[in-house]
Design a protein around this ligand. Sequence first.
Ligand code: ZN
Ligand code: ZN
Length: 201
Amino acid sequence: MAAVWKPSSSPVSAAFTRGLDFVSDPLLPRRCISCGTVVDGDGALCASCRPEIRFLSRPHCQACGFPFEFDHAADARCAACYRDPPLYERARAVFRYDDASRQALLAFKHADRTDVAPDFAGMMAQAGSELLTGADLIVPVPLHRRRLISRRYNQSALLVLALAKITSVAAVPACTKVLLRGGACVVDVLTLARVVRPASK
Ligand SMILES: [Zn+2]
Ligand SMILES: [Zn+2]
């Protein structure tokens, strides 16, 4: 199954689509999403901030993507996922949500730095390549109508639309429970950042 989502002309959708016009002026120098200094070359992060970001990679829990310190079997799950299996099939994230990544995420979510959506989407395509292979749809987490109007754009939808351009997988708005209730067999979750807490015993 494949579906293409197109925003309607409602006021909420209009507020939403305003954020889709990625601000990208070739005459202005690109600024680091995290510290605001001019970036030397392409990319959302400067040479000082990028090494501070803790990117997530294998080995990790096959289900939730929690990073393991040591190599495990490819289908190994963390203690939390054994104890209480998540509803979704697999979750992956690009980097840890911590002090180093917080400013970048806040700028993307609240400071109109929508120009970095394609950069972040590229990172997500890499981190979520196994999820995206064979995926029919990519679904952004919806924002409450009031929050959407005050924030003017849904950063999750911006990522999904940019990701859909890279992967050619279609995008629609909805959520995990809704998809499962609607009869989806498998729901995977791909995020830009995640909180990484020590594994529970
Ligand atoms: Zn920086
Ligand atoms: Zn897990």
